[in-house]
Structure formats: structure tokens, C-alpha cells
Ligand binder design. Structure first.
Ligand code: ZN
Length: 319
């Protein structure tokens, strides 16, 4: 069985769609590569923010649920999503986030790397991690951030857990990750070092408060396989290992299976194919509302029920 190739995407919950787009697109400089709806509640948006072409491992998606109460950070959830940034770029980001009225924590060292942490406007944990040997992503030339400081896909996700052993066993025995070290209560696991988002950190917090799901919560994390065949192998292997894995679901841009790991975190395994260029050209990614064929007949009522959304003009940051 081929090991997991790192993260495919991470999906979280936001309340205000306009604020969400303004922050990830106009402040963090991620391209809105897809504007669609939640297939299970098509009167709400589903946004995809990524590099210029939506490379797996750079894709952060949001369900925008305006009536959702704010979530509570705690055990049994993915608590933080971290991005790679170039060495020396954290002062730029400190200044930029301050300008956007986002409070950052002091830069900290973790496993030898500098980390800048903050919460997004909904309270979701985000970190920027300076890394050498930056991975390749497609820089969004029209975006606000010069390439010298731009985010370079996912660095890692951090899970908060009562117990680390069950999740550790899942990662190492079923998914091809290896344990690479522990710092305080943070246990680090790595997949393919050449893949974006190849790190999973498990933070051991025995007896601490459980997470309450809501706006600002990370709904699930999706791991990456190349194709449908690899996905089916994972589906049967994980089922045999006792996980209750969902049937394959067609998410238009990838195919997905889901299961909950023992720590309570929802995992997905998603295919690289068919990708985000399947229904619109690279040049105009994210500009139009895209609906899957089976939802298309309801387009008029869906468009009427969605909150208005503006792609505000990009202001280029200076170096
Ligand atoms: Zn997903």
C-alpha cells in the first residue's frame, strides 16, 4: 500500500463569507480557487483557498454558515493549520497581521523552526512556520503578497488529544507516517518529506476540555492519495482495522472517504484527481459560482439564497 502523501485539504467553518474571503484572499494572499456551495446544504457557500492552481496540500476550504455559534477550542479536534513561509518573512507577517487587526503571539521556536501563531477572524488557529528548502507551489502573481513572503502550502496540522497512542498507531501503522520526535507534549509525525503538508503534530492534553464544534472549528482534515484505486485500498484496509469508513463520495474536484479516528477527529482521504481545473480555466478560477450537475437545476433559488459576495480589489503589499 502506498503511504499517504501528506495533506490534501483542510476544511473549517466560518460565519461571515465576506469576512472569510477578505481575510484569506486579501490579507493572507491565498487565491480563491473555487466558489461553490455545501453539497449537503446548497444555500451556503463552500470556498476553497489555495495556491494559484489549487495544488493539493495548499487547499484550505470553508463552509460559511452565518448562523453558527462560535466553537470552543479543545480536545478531539484539529486545532491549528500551519503554512510554510520563507525564512526571514515572519516580521513581514507580524506587521501585516497587525495592520489587519489580528493579534499574533510572539515568535516561538519549535523543532528548530520559527513559528508565528494567531487566530483568524472566526477564532481558528493558524500558524506560519519558516522553513528552509521551501516546497514548490504555484505563486499567485495577481495576489497581494510578493513571492518572497508568500505562503507556500501547508506545513502541518495540530491535533489536540486526550490520548496520543491510538492516533499515533493509526498514522504509523495504517497511513505510512513515521514518528520523528517529541517536544514537551507535542508528538511529531511525518509523511513524505517532499509532499506539501507532510507533518501531523499530536498534542497530548489528558483530561483537558473537549472541543465544542462551531464557527472557527476545523471540521476535518483530508489526506492525499493519487487516485481512486489507492483510495479503495485505504477504504478496505481501514475498514479491516476497525474504522467505520464511509462510501466514496463525489466532491466534484476529488473523491472522498471519511472516518473518525479514536481521538474524535474526522479524517478524510481524498484523491488528487480530477482537480480544480475540471470546470473552469486557470485564469478565472473562483470567479463564478460553480455547482455540481445535480444541483445546477436549482441555481436560481440557490443564488437568491446566498449572501452577496464581493471580490474586493487586491492591494499589493510592499516588500
Ligand atoms: Zn474534505
Amino acid at each position: 500500500m502506498n503511504p499517504i502523501r501528506g495533506l490534501h485539504h483542510v476544511t473549517a467553518v466560518a460565519r461571515d463569507p465576506q469576512r472569510n474571503v477578505d481575510f484569506y484572499r486579501n490579507v493572507l494572499g491565498q487565491r480563491l480557487v473555487k466558489r461553490t456551495v455545501n453539497f449537503d446544504s446548497p444555500d451556503t457557500y463552500h470556498f476553497y483557498f489555495a495556491d494559484a492552481t489549487g495544488n493539493p496540500g495548499s487547499v484550505l476550504t470553508f463552509f460559511a454558515w452565518p448562523n453558527m455559534r462560535r466553537g470552543v477550542r479543545g480536545n478531539g479536534e484539529t486545532n491549528v493549520v500551519a503554512y510554510n513561509v520563507p525564512i526571514g518573512s515572519l516580521p513581514f507577517w507580524q506587521a501585516r497581521l497587525k495592520q489587519a487587526e489580528i493579534t499574533t503571539t510572539p515568535i516561538q521556536a519549535r523543532f528548530g523552526q520559527n513559528v508565528l501563531a494567531f487566530s483568524d477572524p472566526d477564532g481558528m488557529g493558524v500558524e506560519l512556520v519558516e522553513v528552509e528548502n521551501l516546497p514548490t507551489v504555484q505563486h499567485w502573481e495577481e495576489g497581494p503578497i510578493p513571492q518572497a513572503h508568500a505562503l507556500r502550502g501547508f506545513h502541518s496540522v495540530t491535533l489536540w488529544l486526550d490520548e496520543v497512542e491510538p492516533t499515533s498507531a493509526l498514522l504509523t501503522q495504517e497511513m505510512g507516517y513515521r514518528f520523528t520526535g517529541v517536544e514537551e507534549n507535542r508528538h511529531r509525525f511525518q509523511g513524505d518529506v517532499n509532499a506539501l503538508g507532510h507533518i501531523v503534530d499530536l498534542v497530548h492534553r489528558p483530561g483537558k476540555i473537549q472541543a465544542g464544534f462551531g464557527a472557527g472549528s476545523i471540521h476535518h482534515i483530508a489526506f492525499r492519495v493519487a487516485n481512486d484505486e489507492e483510495q479503495l485500498t485505504y477504504q478496505s484496509t481501514l475498514n479491516e482495522a476497525g474504522f467505520r469508513v464511509s462510501p466514496v463520495m463525489d466532491r466534484s474536484y476529488f473523491h472522498s472517504i471519511y472516518f473518525r479516528e479514536q481521538g474524535g477527529v474526522l479524517f478524510e482521504i481524498a484523491t488528487d484527481t480530477p482537480g480544480f481545473l475540471i470546470d473552469e480555466p486557470k485564469e478565472s478560477l473562483g470567479e463564478a459560482l460553480k455547482l455540481p450537475a445535480w444541483v445546477e437545476p436549482q441555481r436560481a433559488e440557490i443564488e437568491a439564497s446566498l449572501l452577496p459576495l464581493t471580490l474586493n480589489p487586491i492591494e499589493k503589499a510592499s516588500l
